[in-house]
Design a protein around this ligand. Structure first.
Ligand code: ZN
Ligand code: ZN
Length: 155
């Protein structure tokens, strides 16, 4: 186990690199149709923390795009492997959240277990685990908001 937390992170192909200056405290699994499309997987597995704690080393290798109208997650995709690198979501002026895929963080020892499945109503496959599952959109958004705020504050 590496201690202290190195914070090194990268996309699956290693071209897009970034660093976390803090260990994320919250992690969740999202079965929304956008995550399914962007990740090319049944669901995403992401951690959340303040964007101020994330430094992108290779901005030129990452393409940012939003996948829905209105205030939406700005998803950074690696130009090389087309995998999600890191996403940013503004929550108020000058305050942004960062969503970091679990697999992109190299030092996993310090990372928390997933707290919940959200958008489970649009799942493509059942998941047999003891993790709470929230199916409908409103409930998923409410639960995710609480979790994301806790992740942002870092407790
Ligand atoms: Zn999602
Ligand atoms: Zn890549």
């Amino acid at each position: 186990m590496a201690f202290p937390f190195t914070g090194d992170a990268q996309c699956p192909c290693g071209t897009s690199k970034f660093r976390l200056s803090k260990i994320p405290t919250r992690r969740f699994l999202c079965h929304c149709t956008i995550c399914q499309q962007v990740y090319g997987k049944p669901y995403s597995d992401v951690t959340v923390l303040s964007a101020a704690r994330v430094a992108v080393d290779t901005p030129h290798t990452i393409e940012f795009a939003k996948y829905k109208e209105g205030p939406a997650l700005d998803r950074g995709i690696c130009k090389e492997c087309r995998s999600p690198v890191v996403g940013f979501l503004p929550i108020m002026p000058f305050v942004r959240l960062a969503f970091v895929p679990y697999t992109n963080i190299l030092d996993k020892d310090a990372l928390p277990d997933p707290a919940m499945h959200i958008y489970y109503g649009t799942r493509v496959a059942d998941v047999e685990d003891g993790v709470p599952k929230f199916e409908d959109e409103k409930q998923s958004q409410r639960k995710a908001a609480g979790l994301v705020l806790a992740g942002f504050l870092g407790f």
